[in-house]
Design a protein around this ligand. Sequence first.
Ligand code: FAD
Length: 440
Amino acid sequence: MSGGENVRGPGGTVVIVGSSIAGVRAAQALRTEGHQGRIVLVGAESELPYDKPPLSKQFLSGTRDQAGIGLLTSAEAATAGIALRLGAAATHLDPAAHRVRLADGTELGYDTCVLATGAAARPAPWLTAGGVHVLRTLGDGHALRRDLAQGGTGHVVVVGGGFIGAEVAATARRLGHDVTVVDPLPLPMARVLGPEVGAHLAALHRRHGVATRFGTGVRSVTGGTGDLRVELADGTVLAARTVVVGIGAVPNDTWLASSGLRLDDGVLCDAYCRARGVPDVFAAGDVARWYHPGHGAHVRVEHWTNAVEQAAQVAHNITHPEAMRPYAPVEYVWSDQYDFKIQIVGRPAGPAPDAPVPGDPVLIGRWEGEDARAAALYGDADGRLRAAATVNWPRALLDCRRLVAQGADLAAARTRIDRLAEASARPAPSPATSPSGAGS
Ligand SMILES: Cc1cc2nc3c(=O)[nH]c(=O)nc-3n(C[C@H](O)[C@H](O)[C@H](O)COP(=O)(O)OP(=O)(O)OC[C@H]3O[C@@H](n4cnc5c(N)ncnc54)[C@H](O)[C@@H]3O)c2cc1C
């Protein structure tokens, strides 16, 4: 910090805590927005920044290695003037003194601080002698990959049928393992997408030879690496080589407990992503719970695209304090499960945490077969399109994203996507008569 005074705009020191996608993108966006002062990127892990979505997909299947999931090399950081402080967790933030303390005792002064510490996997509630995994970090990814590789094609039990659990199940199956998915919900992802789409996702698991135990919790897991015993709430016992637990994530905000910042399942922020009452501390990514003006509520989003977009918005608001913009995205997430690319825009269940998906979505298209291509449209109480989920249908996704952003009428959206389905069902015109190669 220069001379103790607080500098915003193009100069000054920005300390970014958290060196994954939100932190890296915030640092890079600060430069493209014209920030000329120091940027320090602090990360608890000692590895160079890496991306998380491939951990349950290409990294786990072995088709991408560590270098293939990197987000920032040392050379790129040096070129962009980003100082890296890796392997040093932040342990305390003092907003009044503008200082961040690290685990090794050093202190960093800042003019502006960006909190991008993300989230951690909710830990497995069972103590075993190994063999039970969560998947959040590169270290987790290496451990699980090693375990799967050593186990031949032994039985993998996945606890939790949400995004991570379903992706791990799909990858383990592709690697030739016998897989069982267990979830206390009667249908997977029903909390996010409702029971109708959940039923299609349950069928997807089964079509790919995965056993499912939905509607049953896990009472205990005992044993150790290669020889585990999973007891379900209904008394069934499953023998497993490996257990993967995907039961959600918790924001990495406990280190801020002594900071005086307002914490409520994440760092509570205003619409400009500034920590409430502390205008020179911003938050982005999985750790931020900010006031979303479009929803009229505070929300926290655990999706990659949000981390990228929110980091960019934070960088803009830091460098242009005279022209700050509120952050009101249409949420977006994708998930790769077997041969389904699932893409979701908006929030089917609305902004309230843990609220059920209200009403039945409009289902369009084919949810099974090699040519599966489908959409689910979710309306709100006023008959507008609130959210949509698509399967293997990027064109419908693009239209839905625009229609959700416009607050389009659900009936009009249905007509639009129905027409798209009809058009794509018609035989393609011969190349001689086709005016363009545009797909549908
Ligand atoms: C296996 C997996 C698959 C995923 N797949 C998808 C997908 O298909 N689509 C999608 O949209 N999203 C996906 N996600 C979610 C997406 O990866 C996250 O939303 C995104 O990584 C959030 O980025 P972030 O930078 O906010 O937080 P994180 O990625 O959690 O990074 C936070 C960083 O901060 C560091 N940190 C934590 N505490 C401290 C501290 N005190 N001091 C210093 N550093 C600290 C951590 O070590 C970490 O490097 C997936 C996540 C996982 C784990």
